[in-house]
Design a protein around this ligand. Structure first.
Ligand code: AMP
Ligand code: MG
Length: 317
């Protein structure tokens, strides 16, 4: 846990210093049409370097592939510059590529980490919310989750939160790195008073369906749209009590790094997380959640009612 928290803190610092300062040549569109920036690669490099420093060789399923930097000198130089900002000027490009490549495991082992170095890259580029999400998976079960949310506005007026979940506990750190507070989900008196959070991007979660579901549940509040696994953080500390991620395409499979840390954070804060069919998220099939579709996360108490409304709307859209 100490190694994971340190790794996420270092990556959070790197991302905070890079956000808003990227140049045109610092971003690339990947094969799946999603954006990636120099900061995504650099954050993966420093997380892998920190874990390796502390724990020796690790198995890690990371979102980024160092092959995406091949033949892209300008982008690679930008990545190296950011990593040097955290690790010192003596770090060379080959070392940075080796660190990123630590994250190339396929998730077939019995025990591995999974990392989204910048979850919500679109939010990061807009100057909004994003997260650094790191989880440890053993025999298909998440056993540790650390979620860095460097831009998240906190109830105490500060900005930036780190959620740390281990079996039986979920703590959140605000400005003081030595004194966490315990995170717990909030249950409104009635479902109608619940607040729903969802993706900013209608291409990642169907907004029309969520409007029908909230209407069916009698929920009056406007949805809280926020990028990245900050949504799981929001549910874990009671800013919202429902997170809906509703499929936009039948063939899309969620990636393990987009959910492992966040779902464990919500569960250890007392909430419940399933897919839209009410099935547990199954992390035992490599890089993707092959047998799940979408996500429903709640405070727990209203979970079955929410899933029933989701089922109704998805089968009678
Ligand atoms: P969010 O910030 O909640 O919009 O989620 C960002 C994540 O959405 C990215 O890390 C992508 O991996 C993922 N994503 C990309 N396309 C889709 C899609 N069609 N459905 C669901 N998630 C997607
Ligand atoms: Mg992501």
């Amino acid at each position: 846990m100490r190694a994971a928290v340190q790794a996420v803190r270092v990556a959070s610092e790197l991302c905070t210093s890079a956000q808003g300062r990227l140049a045109t040549g610092d971003t690339l569109t990947k094969g799946d049409d999603s954006p990636v920036t120099v900061a995504d690669f650099a954050a993966q490099a420093v997380v892998c370097a920190t874990l390796t420093d502390q724990l020796g060789a690790v198995e890690l399923v990371g979102e980024e592939q160092s092959s995406d930097l091949a033949d892209r000198g300008e982008l690679r130089d930008g990545v190296v510059a950011l990593v040097r900002g955290q690790r010192g000027d003596e770090v060379d490009a080959d070392t940075v590529i080796d660190w990123i490549s630590v994250g190339h495991s396929d998730g077939s082992g019995d025990r591995y980490w999974t990392l989204d170095p910048i979850d919500g890259t679109k939010g990061f580029l807009r100057g909004d919310q994003y997260a650094i999400a790191l989880a440890l998976i053993e025999s298909g079960e998440v056993v540790l989750g650390v979620l860095g949310c460097p831009n998240l506005p906190n109830p105490d007026g500060s900005r930036g939160a780190v959620f740390v979940a281990a079996q039986g506990s979920c703590e959140v750190y605000y400005s003081n790195p030595d004194s966490p507070i315990s995170a717990a989900v909030a249950t409104p008196a009635t479902l109608a008073e619940a607040r729903v959070c969802e993706s900013v991007e209608s291409g990642h979660s169907n907004h029309d369906h969520s409007a029908l579901i909230t209407q069916r549940l009698g929920i009056r509040a406007e949805p809280y749209r926020i990028d990245s696994q900050c949504k799981y953080g929001a549910v874990a500390r009671g800013d919202a009590s429902i997170y809906l991620r509703l499929p936009t395409r039948a063939d899309y499979r969620e990636k393990i790094w987009d959910h492992a840390a966040g779902k464990f954070v919500v569960e250890q804060a007392g909430g419940r997380v399933t897919d839209v069919d009410g099935m547990p998220l199954d992390f035992s099939h490599g890089r993707r959640l092959e047998h799940n579709r979408g996500v429903v996360a709640t405070d727990g108490r209203f979970h079955d009612e929410v899933v029933a409304a989701v089922q109704h709307v998805l089968s009678n859209p």
